[in-house]
Design a binder for this molecule. Sequence first.
Ligand code: IPD
Ligand code: CA
Ligand code: CA
Length: 269
Amino acid sequence: MPIPHEPISRDTLLEAAVAASQEAGALLVKYAGAGFHIEYKNPINLVTDADRAAEQCVIERIRAHFPTHRFLAEEQGRIEKAQSPYLWIIDPLDGTTNFAHGYPTYYVSIGLEYEGHCVLGAVFDPTRNDLFTAIEHRGAQLNGRPIHVSNTMTLGGSLLVTGFAYDIRETPRNNLDHFSHFALRAQGLRRTGSAALDLCYVAAGRFDGFWEVRLNPWDMAAGSVIVREAGGRLTDFSGKDLSIYGQELVASNGQIHDAMLAVLNQESP
Ligand code: IPD
Ligand code: CA
Ligand code: CA
């Protein structure tokens, strides 16, 4: 008989995520100052010892509180020591290329699934000391203050953001077609190098919409809860509810969502 798992309070869980994200963030800043070692997964996809150290820090901190919980972490993959309805989904350094170049835009992203459903997230920016958090049905916050998506009604008035996967050189699904379509329709277009930031900035109303192809679950887990709780809409390119295990993401303030889907589904000339 499997042992029944007592649900733990969401506040307790979020507290652990916040503490771990802040500790890992401080570690990243230390590495940024002291120096780090770079390895290449492919010519443009890199990883540093700072990524690995921050990930180990997050896992150890969370495991100290919840020893039976499962993990899905970018560098170590799945860690499942016991059966548990809790799965922590971790990107210890979202924005590795920025980090490696000394461009100070990178985040620690920690999401939590309970029985396969994302219920909370914490995303910490150690360079600005900004903490984005959300618990399902309880709204989203930036540094403890409620945040909400923007009210922009049209694509022509929107600031949009996107990113490109590391296989951009190998696949025709490289997002360059969508990028040029949106460039001709939006008020402005950005590429920040951190999907976690892109999601949190949609939640805070700083971007009106974000799309990307082939993100990983650790890029989206925490940020997707934060967008949802800030009143945003999250789908794939066909308009179906977002799966963080899927290939496509559209996140917006809701108002411009259908217009974004129409652009994503338009034929290339
Ligand atoms: C990357 C960033 C980037 C996105 C890439 C991701 P990493 O994550 O989120 O914005 O465009 O698709 O892989 O490698 O910096 O953790
Ligand atoms: Ca990432
Ligand atoms: Ca990463």
